[in-house]
Design a binder for this molecule. Structure first.
Ligand code: C2E
Ligand code: C2E
Ligand code: C2E
Length: 89
């Protein structure tokens, strides 16, 4: 196992996401809302997403997964720990 512990999860801060301007975060907000609706998971402050979903989002934002991760960390939507979740990409 890694000396840093298990691979962290990608956890979206939904409260922060809702405060961001639509021009930036609209696509991510719609994606997260779709996942919430598919799960029936409406009342959370955070949403754990699949690694695979970050790849799809990177395509939507026309970035690499690690570039998008940096952007989401800058927005305050992902924890900096999330960097370790995309190292394996
Ligand atoms: P599915 O992919 O066929 O998954 C069926 C059920 O298996 C899920 O029901 C959930 O109870 C469980 N499951 C599948 N993968 C995981 C996982 O990585 N972690 C956990 N804890 N459970 C897992 P659920 O949550 O009601 O989701 C229903 C359907 O909604 C899923 O069917 C999938 O098609 C979609 N979905 C839900 N969450 C996500 C997501 O984060 N990303 C994507 N791409 N689809 C999702
Ligand atoms: P954790 O993964 O560290 O999550 C901590 C808390 O963040 C959760 O407490 C929940 O309040 C929130 N949270 C994280 N992801 C989501 C999400 O996608 N939707 C919503 N609505 N809330 C989320 P909670 O529910 O009491 O769970 C405590 C711990 O139990 C979790 O810690 C995790 O270790 C485990 N757990 C809960 N559900 C699952 C699951 O579906 N799969 C796995 N593998 N572990 C789970
Ligand atoms: P988790 O539930 O702790 O699952 C960790 C990893 O175990 C997942 O990473 C996935 O690789 C694998 N895994 C767990 N359950 C299943 C399953 O039913 N089918 C398959 N094929 N793999 C499974 P991943 O995909 O990156 O997901 C990260 C986290 O996102 C999950 O942590 C869970 O908190 C959340 N999540 C992902 N998909 C779903 C879903 O369909 N429903 C719900 N409720 N949560 C999900």
């Amino acid at each position: 196992p890694s000396p840093l512990g298990p691979t962290p999860k990608l956890v979206i801060d939904l409260e922060r996401l809702s405060q961001l301007p639509k021009e930036k975060a609209g696509a991510l907000a719609r994606y997260a809302a779709t996942i919430q609706s598919q799960r029936g998971d409406y009342n959370g402050k955070v949403l754990s997403i699949r690694q695979e979903d970050l790849r799809s989002l990177a395509v939507i934002y026309d970035k690499s997964p690690s570039e998008l991760t940096e952007e989401l960390i800058n927005w305050g939507v992902l924890d900096p720990e999330a960097r370790r979740a995309v190292d394996s990409f």
